[in-house]
Ligand binder design. Structure first.
Ligand SMILES: Cc1cc2nc3c(=O)[nH]c(=O)nc-3n(C[C@H](O)[C@H](O)[C@H](O)COP(=O)(O)OP(=O)(O)OC[C@H]3O[C@@H](n4cnc5c(N)ncnc54)[C@H](O)[C@@H]3O)c2cc1C
Length: 354
């Protein structure tokens, strides 16, 4: 049996972010770490995007940053400036490469495929494996995306389209998301918020082709990359064990109203790193309770009134740009919160509170 001071289960976004944070802050100098990860090679599989509300460790993995974004519903578009907190996209391939290259230099870090043969008794375990149960009451943000290259200069690379609701909603919430990396290259995603019971929603490729050809009016393009995923909009079950801390999606780092997780993972990694010597004795890091409470009400409204959601999202973004970005990035103050709440339709929200 091999002994390690720390074991990270899952070398994905949260596991690698934590290992990197510990390594660059010299917290692994006299400690050993095992990272348990079954994949044999790392390739680009995700694009992590967020408003850059503060600096982070992966500025060099950013594919593109935008100072403007738009939200579109059937007959109107809202253009929003976010120059103080640009919207950034990270290429997961660059992220994995950067971290693995750094960690491999430290001989006290081992990459293992399984936890078998490890003495887990004395180690502190950081676990990113989520115990997720599917059920028709559980909401997911699920999506498929393709990165396309066009022969003509078509995209305005200065502005990304966060949400285009002008599409078939099928009694759910559905929008397209377009990240123009250059004038002839963009990632286009078809995103649904639903309980995933309707299989026709999962036909992302057809939805994307239809949107690209009919709505964006692009005829000649090549598909360069594809990604697909689902983010639980509920908290995975946690069975608390001594010496085990859940991280990433498993650790409740997703903002349930939006699916944004990446920057929360970075905040959690910093918290663990700062407190690593006493991590078992301090309280767990979590998304602030006010966001959990507000998101719960928001999702109840979304479940009961999916047809109202395009207008609700649209109105939310008519609040002052900095306020709405702070709110969605968990950095809002009470004035920001009130401004957002006041934009919500009162009757249906009040019904869900009482
Ligand atoms: C396609 C996609 C796009 C996303 N885009 C965004 C975004 O734009 N912005 C944002 O904020 N969030 C986004 N998210 C949400 C979130 O940031 C990601 O899901 C993020 O990867 C979560 O990190 P994680 O470490 O919890 O999970 P993962 O990154 O999935 O890592 C889990 C790791 O565990 C490994 N594993 C699996 N089984 C085992 C096992 N038995 N033992 C050990 N290891 C195992 C997996 O191979 C994987 O490497 C996205 C999610 C997906 C799926």
């Amino acid at each position: 049996m091999k002994d390690f001071n720390y074991i990270i289960i899952g070398g994905g976004c949260a596991g690698l972010s934590l290992a990197y944070e510990l390594e660059i802050n010299n917290k692994l100098e006299n400690k050993s770490l095992a990272i348990i990860e079954p994949r044999t090679n790392y390739i680009r599989d995700k694009t992590w995007s967020f408003w850059r509300i503060r600096p982070h460790n992966f500025e060099d993995c950013v594919i593109k940053s935008w100072d403007n974004f738009s939200v579109h519903i059937t007959d109107k578009t809202n253009y929003i400036n976010c120059v103080k907190t640009p919207y950034q996209s990270i290429d997961s391939g660059l992220f994995y490469n950067k971290i693995i290259k750094k960690l491999k230099r430290n001989k006290k870090i081992s990459f293992l495929k399984t936890i078998e043969n490890l003495n887990v008794g004395d180690a502190i375990i950081f676990n990113s494996l989520a115990n997720i149960k599917s059920g028709k009451n559980n909401l997911w943000q699920h999506f498929g995306g393709i990165e396309i290259e066009t022969d003509k200069k078509i995209f305005d690379k200065e502005i990304m389209n966060l949400m285009d609701f002008d599409c078939d909603q099928k009694d759910s919430v559905h929008f397209f998301y377009t990240l123009p990396y250059s004038e002839n290259r963009a990632l286009v995603e078809s995103t649904w918020i639903s309980n995933m019971q309707d299989d026709s929603e999962k036909n992302y490729q057809d939805q994307l082709i239809n949107y690209i050809e009919k709505k964006l009016k692009i005829k000649n393009y090549k598909i360069m990359y594809k990604e697909q995923g689902k983010i639980p909009l509920f908290y995975p079950e946690i069975v608390k064990k001594k010496n085990e801390i859940f991280i990433g999606t498993a650790g409740g780092m997703t903002r349930l109203s939006t699916g944004y997780t990446f920057l929360n993972i970075q905040d959690h990694s910093k918290y663990i790193c700062k407190n690593i010597e006493k991590i078992n004795k301090i309280k767990n890091f979590e998304i602030q309770k006010k966001y959990k409470y507000l998101d719960k009400i928001f999702l109840k409204v979304l479940t009961k009134h999916p047809g109202r959601m395009p207008e609700i999202f649209y109105n939310m973004f008519t609040v002052n740009n900095e306020k709405v970005v702070r709110f969605l990035s968990n950095k809002s103050n009470i004035i920001d919160d009130i401004s957002i709440i006041l934009k919500m339709p009162k009757t249906i929200f009040i019904k869900e509170i009482i």
